[in-house]
Design a protein around this ligand. Structure first.
Ligand code: 6R9
Length: 650
């Protein structure tokens, strides 16, 4: 079957930063002469206190892995995100804040105000003895203070580590201890979807397991009652009033760490991914501008949480480095109802909107009634991130939100990569639903044979996705464990950065991410992406969501085990099970027919919406003893339900 292709609209191309020819030309330079390409970009896009003399100094050889960019340059990230914009943009909105409760008036924080807030918070941190290189944990709601805190750290040279507000006290304590943080910045409560997470109480519980030297800075956001430990706890807003409104920037080396962000791998405890100052910021700025075709004056909305890399790069650092207006949303897509996203887009005349397929599917399940009636005509570009997008979700997004006229950028990247790696550029790339399309500037993807590790040179092929050479946004190390960095990303396939994803490259050189390679299953010797089967299942009108894993099968090696969540109002039945089996057979082929279907009222998801397949695999294997840590799940109780149902299947 020929893939559907959507070329960029002519009127769009006319105004875009980059068209197809320009992309080809720039891409070529970026990989043939990275020093010239990135050197020019870094001089043009960033302000330097001391110019760099060396651009790229990187080595992917196991045992010697080292990634350095603009090494001898001196700069400051907060200066680049705020101060240098002041002459032209002091009165322009930097952060547009939309609260959880739609009745709360939005805040328009100008670059001038942002400067003052960040300076004041910097002075509060300095007063607490936070110095260059110290670690600061940020455990906050999605409120402007979270961004102030990140930028205040950057201003004084402290390294921040944002911990998603949905994480448990245990997870928080582990992170405080792993990075040896001096301070935790939190808030009283985090309102979300009309409910409140007790962040201060969680922090109190976490700090019982940490050094008693750790200070707790509290933003009183909701004003609810909280407990207070004199001498340890600090009222941030009150302190900010008492300190000076200006704070000099700290000159930092390009390679000084900007932040640590913990991310879970397939094994072991979460890794502290370390990002640099200059390389990261440059990559964030450049991808935000090109991938979303951001223009001066646009209102940009990345719907992620600042607790994830997507929030770091595309709510805070990328947009602010570009002098953009970035929307920060405290709420959830489904509260007060499933029209909230569209209401916010109408209200603030959002131009670029970026979300995850899981959110699209959740809204799709609620019907189009919640979209109708909102004026979405301000939108110019739509984006997705986080997982492969199935054609049904893509079509729904395209038809109902894009009204068939907007480019959709499906951006493949990772916490480790800092910014977009494989993505369409809206004025340059014809898109194909489900494909992240082509590499960003400087990114050299390769497809490797998973067994031999050899690079596959045929255009159309399938294998594991790896990257041949460094790009400025690449992570530099794992905090405190460089060996783990080398082992995780550079040891399976020598000489390459191995992303952990499988992919297919089609005859046009387009990349199709098939999911994490640990999610690829082998059925009777056929390799199959679990995403493929899931995509087929959710294409059925009665299916809201599906997760597919492999499980040991006597004859086939691995069988296909499908967890299926039905649309509201649909009832499970034997007849429906048969119907779905037949459906998948016809969608993909007999080989993809699920061997077992389990009805799942809910799926175990991380709070960022990723399905925890590790848990589903264990349940499918009837191995309930080794479920591992389920504390990071949005709703741990779904696991018990799934186990009960699994047992009933024998
Ligand atoms: C940015 C982010 C990274 C993993 C990655 C891959 C999956 C992300 C994707 C995608 C297919 C896309 N992923 N974007 N898969 N298409 N457009 O999500 O970072 O949380 O570290 O996850 O997410 O499997 O390896 P992170």
């Amino acid at each position: 079957m020929k893939d559907m292709t959507y070329p960029p609209a002519e009127d769009f191309v006319g105004h875009a930063h980059v068209d197809a020819d320009r992309y080809a030309e720039m891409y070529k330079q970026s990989v043939t002469d990275p020093d010239a390409f990135w050197g020019a970009a870094a001089r043009e896009r960033l302000d330097w206190i001391e110019p760099f003399t060396r651009v790229k100094d990187t080595n992917f050889t196991l045992g010697e892995v080292s990634v350095k960019w603009f090494e001898d340059g001196v700069m400051n990230v907060a200066h680049n995100c705020i101060d240098r914009h002041l002459p032209a943009r002091a009165d322009q909105t930097a952060i547009l804040f939309e609260a959880d409760d739609p009745e709360t008036p939005a805040l328009h924080i100008t670059y001038g105000e942002l400067h003052e807030k960040v300076c004041r918070l910097s002075n509060v941190l300095l007063a607490q003895g936070v110095m260059r290189g110290d670690r600061v944990i940020i455990y906050m709601p999605m409120i402007p203070e979270a961004a102030y805190a990140m930028l205040a750290c950057a201003r004084i040279g402290a390294i921040h580590s944002v911990v998603f507000a949905g994480f448990s006290p245990d997870a928080l304590a582990n992170r405080v201890n792993d990075c040896g943080a001096k301070v935790v910045i939190t808030a009283d409560h985090a309102p979300r979807g009309g409910r409140r997470t007790p962040l201060k109480a969680n922090t109190d519980a976490a700090l019982l397991h940490c050094s008693d030297k750790v200070r707790c800075l509290v933003v009183k956001h909701t004003g609810d009652q909280i407990s207070w430990i004199d001498g340890r706890d600090v009222d941030v807003k009150a302190m900010m009033e008492q300190v000076a409104p200006d704070c000099p920037i700290r000159p930092m080396n390009a390679e000084d760490p900007l932040f640590i962000l913990y991310t879970s791998g397939s094994t072991g405890k979460p890794k502290g991914v370390v990002h640099s100052s200059a390389g990261y910021l440059l990559y964030a700025a450049m991808t935000q501008q090109y991938t979303f075709d951001y223009h001066d004056g646009d209102v940009f909305w990345c719907g992620a949480d600042v607790g994830w890399v997507t929030g770091h790069t595309y709510i805070v650092y990328g947009p602010l480095a570009n002098g953009a207006t970035t929307l920060m949303f405290e709420g959830v897509p489904t509260w007060p109802d499933a029209g909230r996203f569209w209401q916010v887009i109408e209200k603030h005349k959002v131009n670029q909107f970026y979300t995850a397929p899981t959110a699209i599917r959740a809204l799709m399940g609620q019907g189009t009634g919640f979209v109708e009636g909102y004026d979405l005509s301000s939108l110019k570009v739509l984006g997705t991130v986080g997982e492969p997008i199935n054609p049904e979700a893509w079509n729904w997004y395209n038809d109902n939100i894009g009204k068939g006229r907007l480019p959709i950028v499906d951006t493949w990247w990772q916490t480790e990569t800092g910014g977009h790696m494989i993505t369409p550029l809206p004025g340059a790339t014809a898109t194909k639903p489900g494909s992240a399309t082509l590499p960003f500037f400087g990114v050299q993807p390769v497809v490797l044979d998973p067994q031999s590790g050899a690079e596959i040179t045929e255009t159309a092929c399938e294998g594991v996705l790896a990257i041949k050479d460094s790009w400025p946004g690449q992570m530099r190390t794992v905090w405190g464990d460089h060996e783990r960095f080398e082992k995780t990303y550079f040891s399976d396939y020598k000489g390459y950065y191995f992303a952990g994803d499988g992919c297919r490259r089609d005859g046009d050189g387009y990349y199709w991410i098939t999911g994490r390679v640990d999610d690829v299953i082998n059925v009777s010797g056929h390799r199959m992406g679990t995403a493929e089967v899931e995509s087929a299942l959710v294409a059925h009108a009665k299916v809201a969501e599906a997760a597919v894993v492999g499980y040991p099968h006597e004859v086939k090696g691995q069988g296909i085990y499908a967890y299926v969540t039905l649309m509201n109002g649909e009832e499970p039945s034997d007849a429906l099970q048969k119907e779905l089996e037949t459906w998948v057979r016809t969608e993909i082929g007999p080989i993809a027919k699920p061997d077992l279907i389990q009805w799942a009222p809910g799926l175990p998801k991380t709070r960022s919406g990723k399905i925890m397949r590790r848990i589903l695999r264990k349940i499918a294997e009837n191995d309930y003893g080794a479920l591992g840590d389920i504390s990071t799940l949005a709703d741990p109780s779904v696991v018990e339900d799934l186990i009960e149902n699994r047992k009933n299947k024998g």
